[in-house]
Design a protein around this ligand. Structure first.
Ligand code: SAM
Length: 230
């Protein structure tokens, strides 16, 4: 899968994709992440990407033209499985189901807003969808884009060493019930400062372990995320 990120801060992404699962997947050629500087699609001396909002208001707005030009030059003939996502506090809430759906696309192009946001014509006439990562306002779409890339990347075939591990995580079919939280985990030492790992996990009885994990996944979901119990 190819991810494109359109941003005025390309250097921002030197960090998020340079570690762990995403880096290994990139190195293995399982995915490709291309960072594009929005200023490359400006034509004036100052490489201007923003302007004042019509109607008068605080702040600046990212202009439509460089964003349209960027997408049209990255994909001169856009295909149905090349999707444009506008990161926006006003978008639909990003969740695991959205990540699963997006992981089926061939290419995603993520537009990172800044300032007061992006000229509305981008949402109306260019983006396939607007996505928010939560009910709060970030300073820019870059952190949100990194969240989307990371979440979608780990769902791609071969990215996680053990193919079943993405399926058994929280919000997926955890094997204890679809859409629940994952069960809690412990590792060595079995006794840490007097807090003991559950005995049942140490006894090697797979059926008992399975039942224990199912029960604790349900308990934890009920306690922390009762909204998922439906
Ligand atoms: N004026 C906008 C509003 O009130 O909805 C906020 C603009 S915000 C300061 C600048 C950019 O950050 C947005 O264009 C968007 O790309 C990004 N952003 C902010 N919050 C976000 C969120 N919760 N999810 C995704 N992107 C977000």
């Amino acid at each position: 899968m190819i991810f494109h990120v359109l941003t005025i801060f390309p250097e921002f992404f030197e960090g998020p994709f340079a570690h762990g699962v995403v880096k290994r997947a990139k190195d293995a050629g399982l995915l490709d992440i291309r960072i594009h500087n929005l200023r490359d699609w400006t034509s004036d001396r100052h490489r201007t990407v923003d302007d004042r909002p019509f109607g008068g208001a605080e702040g600046m707005v990212l202009k439509a033209e460089p964003i349209f030009l960027a997408v049209e030059s990255i994909w001169p003939e856009r295909k149905p499985d090349q999707k444009v996502v506008l990161l926006s506090a006003q978008g639909r809430m990003f969740d695991q189901a959205t990540a699963n759906r997006l992981s089926g696309e061939a290419e995603l192009l993520l537009i990172c807003g800044r300032y007061e946001g992006v000229d509305e014509r981008v949402a109306e006439h260019l983006a396939d969808e607007e996505i928010s990562i939560g009910n709060y306002v970030l300073s820019g779409g870059e952190l949100a884009a990194a969240v989307v890339v990371d979440t979608v990347a780990r769902l791609l075939p071969g990215v996680l060493g053990n193919q079943s591990s993405a399926a058994f995580e929280s919000f997926q079919d955890t094997g204890h019930g679809e859409g629940l939280l994952d069960c809690p985990h412990w590792t060595r030492p079995a006794d840490f400062r007097g807090w003991k790992a559950p005995e049942v996990l140490l006894n090697g009885n797979h059926e008992e372990i399975r039942r224990f994990r199912k029960r604790t996944a349900l308990e934890k979901t009920a306690r922390l995320r009762p909204d998922l119990m439906k």
